[in-house]
Design a binder for this molecule. Sequence first.
Ligand code: HEM
Length: 325
Amino acid sequence: MATQKLLCNLSLIFLLFFHFHYGTCELQLNYYSQTCPNAEEIVKEQVISLYHKHGNTAVSWLRTLFHDCMVQSCDASLLLESINGIQSEKISTRNMGMRNFKYINTIKDALESSCPMTVSCADILALSARDGAVMLGGPRVEMKTGRKDSKVSHLAEIDASLPNHNDSMMYVLARFQSVGIDVEGTVALLGAHSVGRVHCLNIVDRLYPTVDPTMDPNYAKYLMGRCPHPNPDPTVVEYARSDRESPMILDNMYYKNLMKNKGLLTVDQELLSNPITSPYVEKMAADNAYFHEQFSKALLILSENNPITGDDGEVRTDCRFVNRD
Ligand code: HEM
């Protein structure tokens, strides 16, 4: 860490001397090159091994990064449990259905045994999302590291930060814009819904008492088969897939489905009905490489939202708890 700091300070002096933009002694490529040279390799190995045991872990890492970074900062605040005055972000209704948190501890344990107290949980979230995307056939994103972990939960800020499944597209675009992601990037990031599942609770409003008239009738039939109750029991795991053809592949099938009015959430289908976003839906439906390119750019911006760096925050030893002094 001392070497890291020295390098950091030297580069700041250099930047100041040459009147470069100051203040980027923050995230860096290979931040752990001196302190834990295998850090990124260890995360990758763990992500791959977890994927082979539970494929849906890779899906989770994408959603987890979004729900952590969109609320204040990419600072792993989402991982904190309710204890010692902390109220966990996990109890928010916006975080309903999130899964596989326990496997983040598996990744953290592997890092702790090679490099104790060195690699932050916030960096684990970023790198695991990056490597998870690759396991799902998505693009590989070159990510910087050096994020620190927060000592507080941001539970109170969640509702105002994370868009809801039935929010208007204008609101959604404004939220993403506030973290530096433009319209094209927002359309691309929602392509993450090409993988994974949605619980019936988040779908029934489009099915009962009457089916949303914008929905393809055959798709509605499938959804009503998956979600037969207008008031689903939240304790029962009832869900549907957005992309039935390739639910474990991060591809442009999501956009092709939107074009056929087979969007799962209101927010998904709105991407096509809104004239500001629809041209990008059409482009992404037609070109998977373009989707991947835009997805990479936007995921990178998301992963760098307002990180805690330098001497602020801490590197938690257990991602679920703030360190004891
Ligand atoms: C307007 C923005 C968004 C809204 C309103 C939204 C909402 C939702 C909802 C309601 C679910 C279903 C949860 C459940 O019932 O289990 C979901 C699932 C998911 N979301 Fe989003 N989401 C948004 C953007 C994103 C972004 C930007 C990403 C990642 C880059 C993402 C990744 C995922 C993934 C991977 C799943 C499936 C999770 C699983 O199967 O465990 N979402 N989202």
